[in-house]
Each structure stands twice: as structure tokens, then as C-alpha cells.
Design a protein around this ligand. Structure first.
Ligand SMILES: NC(=O)c1ccc[n+]([C@@H]2O[C@H](COP(=O)([O-])OP(=O)(O)OC[C@H]3O[C@@H](n4cnc5c(N)ncnc54)[C@H](OP(=O)(O)O)[C@@H]3O)[C@@H](O)[C@H]2O)c1
Length: 384
């Protein structure tokens, strides 16, 4: 297996096409996000990736309830010069001026290092950009940390609609890289393919997160698996999803949150075959067919055109429909319920709908939006 590398934006450095995402390390108690990491196994997986040429390791202050950085720091003891570390500033935890430096210094201690190679402002959105990044001058604070050597390069990760993406990209001249949620189902969601191309055109390295939609694309429902299995070219669903990303030259690094040693082996093998512009028409057709099949499973024909917005009562209409559809697309009601309750503030949940029907006049799909809201809340809301 020979690892493939790509130039990292404008830097004179090549990153391995596969990056190790330390958000889903193996755990001992069945809670995949908890702090009870199976450290021996996790360290073994990190060492195996390093030995096979992975040189980009992504973690964050909050992952595994604060333990991910510690385990990565332990794993890289004595091996620090072989790895570039990416970690993130939890911008929503910046409540006063001193918080940025306090958290950064804590991260350096946990990671057992004197510098962070790639520092990200975590999960930026329009609101966080305005209310936190600009308000607390996080760009200036980051620049100061670059000058004093604690940070080498600054980037951001992004979770919002595309419209906010150019504002953030163009709002600072010294981004080295960005991290976007991107996979063959999310081409029109969040930054999407437009964001990928914009960032690459501006010379930023693009690091992809959630390449398998958090694992869902590796375990498709039976009808979709059958489509993939009946293809003349035999690859696993996970491999197809990863190769689809690497086919695109704008993608610099694909992060995979690997939770088991066999996933590390499979993804290292996939990465050894990563080539840009390698997909043939038949490969692209397969992915288009799979995407279409997933979409047909959506219960509500919402295309996220946003014409229904803003809702006078604050409901995030396309957002709540997306989680509802996800529950059926991936046959994963508990997963959709978990995300709905975490990511949709209560004031924007379907329960805030008063059935005024104002939105329905604007919906090009003629969706009876108000009728769906109790069903959405009933399936995904607290106590459901
Ligand atoms: N900045 C941000 O806001 C943000 C947000 C999300 C992620 N991230 C970063 O991006 C990284 C990647 O995202 P992600 O973890 O969501 O990636 P992902 O690849 O979409 O999902 C990872 C999951 O996919 C499954 N998987 C991985 N390789 C597989 C294989 N070969 N065969 C079968 N299943 C496989 C595993 O699921 P099971 O564990 O269920 O087996 C694994 O936990 C994260 O680890 C984190 O470092 C950042």
C-alpha cells in the first residue's frame, strides 16, 4: 500500500489524502462520543496510520468530552515530527476576552506540544462569525498566536448554508485551509460543491469531514447496497464514497473518523488507489443512481429552496424537514432524533409552528408544511 499525497493549498507541503479524524475513536462503554476511549486500541490505530504515511491528524477541544486531544498527544509522544496536528477553537466557549488564550494553552498542554500546525475556528456559521469571531477579535488573537509560534496556520470548519461561506472565506486574507462537510449526498448542502470550488480557487486547502455521512454511506439500506453490489467494479460502499471525493482535485485531505482497526486498514488501502479525475462515466452514473435512490426515500419532497423562509414563528422549515427525511433515507430514526434535538434550537423546532400557513403559499413543491410539523415533532422531538 502506498499512501498518496496532495499539495496542501498554497503551502509547500503535501498532505496524505487520508487524514485521521479523532472524533470517533474506539470506546470501552459503547458511547461512541464519550470520554471512555479504548486508549490502547486507539493508539495502535494511530500508529498504524502513521506507519502507512498518514500525516494529518484532526481533533478538537470538545471531542470525546475533552479526551481526544489527550489520547492523540499520548499517541504522538516521540513521533511528533511525523505528524501535523489540526485542532479547533470551540468558538461558542469564548465568553470573554481571556478565553481564547486559556483554551489554546490548555490544548497545547493536552497535546504535549509547543505548537499546533493547523488551528481551526470550529463550526463557523453566519451567527458565530458575527457574534463571536468578530466580536471577540478571534482573527487578531489567532494572528498573534501565529506570531508567537503557538499556531502555524489558521483555518475554519463550516456548518451553515452556502450563503454564509463566501462571507467567511472573503472575511480574512490569511486562511490557509477550510474544513467542509462533503460527500456524494451533500453536494448541494452546506458549503457543497460550490464551496469546495470557491475555496480551492482562492488557494485554500480543502479538508473534507463526514465523507461517509458519519458512517451511514458505509452501511446503506438493502436496496442501495444491491445497486452497489451489482456494479461490475467491486468496491465496498465506503470505498466508493471515498474514491468519489478523491476523484475531485480540489479535495486536499479526506478525514475519516475510524472507530476500529479494520476500518483503518480498509481506508489505507482505499487511499493507496486515490487519484483525481479517475472516475469514468459509468462510475459517475452509479453514484448519481445511488444518490437518486436515497432521495426517493425522502418522505417530504422538500428541495431546501428556502422560499418558505423566514417563518414568522422562527421555525427552521427546511432544516427540520431535512432531519425528518434523514430518518427515512438512512433508516435511522434514533440518529435523526439525536441530531434534531442537538442541532435545532427549541425555538426553531417544528413545535414552534402555529399553523398560520403563511409559508405554504411560497412553496414551489406545494408541500402542506403545517400538516407535516406535528408529525416531525412527534417523531423527532424531546420525549418522542
Ligand atoms: N469541524 C467539525 O465541525 C467536524 C464535524 C464532524 C467531523 N469532523 C472531523 O472530521 C472527521 C471525519 O468525520 P466523520 O468521523 O463524521 O467521518 P465519516 O467517515 O463520515 O464517518 C466515520 C464513521 O464511518 C464509519 N467508517 C469509517 N470507515 C469505514 C469503513 N472503511 N468501513 C465501514 N465503516 C467505516 C465508522 O462508523 P462506525 O463507528 O459506526 O463503525 C466511523 O465512525 C471526524 O472524525 C472529525 O475529526 C469535524
Amino acid at each position: 500500500m502506498t499512501m498518496q499525497y496532495r499539495k496542501f493549498g498554497k503551502l509547500d507541503w503535501n498532505a496524505s489524502v487520508l487524514g485521521f479524524g479523532c472524533m470517533r475513536l474506539p470506546t470501552l462503554d459503547g458511547n461512541p462520543y464519550g470520554q471512555n476511549i479504548n486508549e490502547a486500541q486507539a493508539v495502535g490505530m494511530i500508529h498504524r496510520a502513521l506507519e502507512q504515511g498518514v500525516n494529518y491528524f484532526d481533533t478538537a477541544y470538545i471531542y470525546h468530552e475533552g479526551k481526544s486531544e489527550i489520547v492523540l498527544g499520548n499517541a504522538l509522544r516521540g513521533l511528533r515530527d511525523q505528524a501535523r496536528i489540526a485542532t479547533k477553537c470551540p468558538v461558542w466557549m469564548i465568553l470573554e476576552e481571556a478565553d481564547f488564550d486559556r483554551i489554546l494553552n490548555d490544548q497545547l498542554r493536552k497535546l504535549q506540544t509547543d505548537h499546533i500546525d493547523f488551528y481551526l475556528l470550529h463550526a463557523l456559521s453566519k451567527n458565530r462569525w458575527n457574534d463571536i469571531v468578530l466580536k471577540f477579535e478571534l482573527l487578531e488573537k489567532s494572528a498573534a498566536a501565529i506570531r508567537d509560534g503557538r499556531i502555524r496556520h489558521l483555518g475554519f470548519s463550516f456548518h451553515d448554508d452556502y450563503e454564509s461561506f463566501p462571507r467567511i472565506i472573503n472575511g480574512f486574507d490569511h486562511w490557509t485551509f477550510c474544513q467542509i462537510q462533503y460527500n456524494y449526498m451533500d453536494t448541494e448542502n452546506q458549503a457543497g460543491v460550490k464551496g469546495l470550488k470557491l475555496a480551492a480557487a482562492k488557494g485554500l486547502a480543502v479538508v473534507v469531514m463526514e465523507p461517509l455521512m458519519g458512517g451511514r454511506l458505509a452501511n446503506p439500506p438493502a436496496a442501495i447496497r444491491q445497486m452497489i453490489d451489482s456494479c461490475a467494479v467491486k468496491h465496498s460502499p465506503a470505498d466508493w464514497a471515498l474514491q468519489w471525493l478523491w476523484d475531485q482535485p480540489e479535495v486536499s485531505v479526506v478525514l475519516s473518523g475510524m472507530s476500529a482497526a479494520d476500518q483503518v486498514e480498509a481506508n489505507l488501502e482505499s487511499a493507496s488507489r486515490a487519484r483525481s479525475h479517475s472516475f469514468q462515466a459509468a462510475d459517475l452514473e452509479l453514484i448519481a443512481g445511488v444518490r437518486q435512490k436515497y432521495k426517493e426515500r425522502a418522505a417530504i419532497p422538500c428541495t431546501k429552496c428556502n422560499y418558505c423562509m423566514p417563518c414568522p414563528n422562527g421555525v427552521n422549515i427546511p432544516g427540520v424537514f431535512e432531519y425528518y427525511n434523514d430518518a427515512f433515507l438512512h433508516e435511522d430514526i434514533p440518529g435523526a432524533r439525536f441530531k434534531y434535538q442537538i442541532f435545532v434550537p427549541q425555538s426553531a423546532q417544528a413545535s414552534a409552528c402555529i399553523a398560520c400557513h403563511e409559508c405554504e403559499a411560497h412553496c414551489p413543491q406545494k408541500i402542506p408544511i403545517s400538516n407535516w410539523m406535528p408529525k416531525v415533532q412527534g417523531l423527532l422531538g424531546a420525549g418522542a
